[in-house]
Design a protein around this ligand. Sequence first.
Ligand code: GDP
Length: 305
Amino acid sequence: MFEGLSGRLGDVFDKLTRRSSLSEGDVDAAMREVRLALLEADVALPVVKRFIADVKEKAIGQQVIRSVTPGQMVVKIVHDALVAMLAGPDGAAEPDPMALGLDIAQTPPVPILMVGLQGSGKTTTSAKIALRIKTRERKKVLLASLDVYRPAAQQQLAVLGEQTETDCLPIVPGQMPVEIAQRAMKEARAGGYDVVILDTAGRLHIDEALMAEVAAVREIVRPHETLLVTDAMTGQDAVTIASEFNEKVGITGIVLTRVDGDSRGGAALSMRAVTGVPVKLMGMGEKMDALDAFHPERVAGRILG
Ligand code: GDP
């Protein structure tokens, strides 16, 4: 793992004489490579700068253990710092990839609100979460689509509901998102559902109308979890998307989708760093069971290349 960064740092340190501790000059040279690796992985620039400053402080003056090269030593320091930043204050990786890490042990029906831009994977992730809660927690789940703008969006969720054998709120033409949310909660109470997953509409870009609408739904429903779904391919925009949704709507977790693709996933670090909100889940494919608990070590490995 980290052949990319290890190779680069090897080259940097080969040029330097071996010392017993890391000097400021060594660390500066190494940090130039780390900076490039992070930018190539699409981590946002302000986040890269902050990360480099933190790591530099940690690395300077550290004793180089005899059994490793200074390059290996820096890679380890960088890797550990990256994992710590991705994992946040709660610490270590969830050992069980099937765990959801969602706050659903509440008085039913527990609402979960899914938000994000169009095409990020919200609808797919809504159905994946429903399936996981049903099979793993043995809870009764109701899916409801509040997307009244994209043609066939409600139908798409209904199809996924059928595929996962999860109930989906019947479509009533002409209803607006807040009305649908209210109807979903009423139906959930009447039908004895444990969890209601509300899939909101996305837009291609963030706009005020979208934010106001999602905020209005949130006011009515008071969800226990509001999950921002973002494509792992999202580059520098990840910071704006995550901070806008967090400021205007308030999010409790991030789902990173398309982690099965070849993106390096720097968006995870950017979003975690600017919002302080944990990345909880990763979408690992189009299939309904392709959902894993977030794994900081795995993502750190990809970011470092
Ligand atoms: P929405 O507009 O946010 O609701 O996005 P959709 O749920 O409709 O997803 C858009 C496309 O991305 C669909 O073709 C999904 O099958 C696909 N998709 C969603 N999540 C993943 C994932 O984790 N991996 C892959 N490879 N494709 C995904």
